[in-house]
Ligand binder design. Structure first.
Ligand SMILES: [Zn+2]
Ligand SMILES: [Zn+2]
Length: 347
């Protein structure tokens, strides 16, 4: 047997980016090795084949499968806690994107079929060391398979598909849970293989729930959230455009753009309009069930045409004018709303 084609334990640790104790555990669980004297040596191909066999169990999972937390942990042999869960047994990283938490200002966002996934760490600067941010950061090299789940109702984990890093992860300035400015890591993830698009009804339902909550916020908090999401959307959009430049990507729709918009921005713009249509400048024609004047938020440059979901691209309109903006698209109307939106953003 040729000793040179085998790796020593430290070399294997380096190669698989695993800890020594994990390697020992994998050996106990049957990972193939060969003994030269007192040392164990590993053939990388054999090791990889062994890991692959163990991964095959989770590999059979179909996108769209919904499971609860316990089943998820059992399937992947991972922890029941955390947004990112690594399993050394199945050699996978489960990444959970939670859209059900109404307190979360910075939601993970799909843009041009890339999910900008926020790293771990609720307060202070997010770091790569000592947590699963590093595992995800290295996931294109460490052989770990990454499985994306999305949560729209608490306790319901929907398997979306297997993902990989689409671009280099990057840091951005965001406010943490306590409102302090901090560095957060964003991981651009793309689907590899089959995927499951979340049904429109689910997105609508989630949006409505968030809209209801946005209506309850006081003006300061609403403004703060609208400004924060506006800023973060602009930043991500720029990244997404750069990432797609010079690339011929088949754009596959993972999420519907119709409801991929932020309720804080919509509600904020409506509150700025104060019951008066920003195009015809007349009072809203009727009041909604809660007694608020009925206006709709319109994106001056449509989302479906690549418009941004930001304050400076939004105006509040009466249903008639909204219809007109989608039906006639007169350039003088567009210009007027552009100016209105710009003014909205300067407040
Ligand atoms: Zn109007
Ligand atoms: Zn519209």
């Amino acid at each position: 047997m040729d000793k040179d084609s085998y790796l020593t334990t430290p070399e294997l640790i380096e190669e698989l980016k695993l800890s020594r104790s994990t390697i020992y555990r994998m050996v106990r669980e049957g990972m193939p090795y060969i003994q030269f004297g007192r040392d164990k040596h590993f053939n990388l191909e054999e090791v990889k084949a062994w890991v692959e066999t163990r991964q095959r169990g989770v590999g059979a999972l179909s996108p769209g499968t919904v499971m609860n937390n316990d089943t998820l942990a059992m399937t992947f042999k991972c922890s029941t806690q955390g947004g990112m869960r690594r399993s050394n047994t199945t050699h996978t990283l489960v990444v959970i994107s939670d859209h059900s938490n109404l307190k979360n200002v910075y939601e993970d966002k799909w843009m041009n079929d890339i999910l900008y996934y926020t790293g771990m760490g609720l307060t202070g600067d997010q770091v790569l060391e000592g947590n699963q941010n590093k595992t995800l950061y290295e996931s294109n090299e460490n052989g770990i398979k990454v499985y994306l789940f999305e949560v729209y109702s608490p306790g319901e984990y929907t398997f979306i598909g297997q993902v990989a890093l689409a671009e280099e992860p990057f840091q951005t300035d965001e406010e943490d849970q306590d409102g302090n400015l901090r560095k957060a890591w964003k991981f651009p993830l793309k689907i590899v293989g089959a995927s499951y698009p979340i049904p429109e009804e689910t997105l609508v339902e989630t949006y409505n729930r968030k809209e209801k909550q946005a209506k309850k916020l006081d003006s300061n908090e609403l403004k703060k959230r609208a400004k924060l999401t506006s800023k973060s959307t602009k930043h991500l959009k720029k990244r997404a455009e750069e990432a797609n430049k010079d690339k011929q990507r088949n754009v596959r729709t993972i999420t519907s753009t119709a409801y991929d918009r932020n309720p804080y921005i919509s509600e904020y713009v409506k509150r700025l309009a104060n019951g008066v249509c920003q195009l015809c400048e007349k009072e809203a024609p009727f009041k909604d069930a809660t007694g608020e004047p009925f206006l709709e938020t319109h994106h001056v440059k449509w989302l479906s045409n690549g418009g941004e979901d930001t304050i400076e691209n939004c105006a509040a309109l009466c249903p008639n004018c909204h219809r007109k903006m989608h039906y006639l698209i007169l350039s003088e109307d567009v210009e007027k709303l552009k100016a209105v939106a710009q003014k909205n953003s300067e407040i």
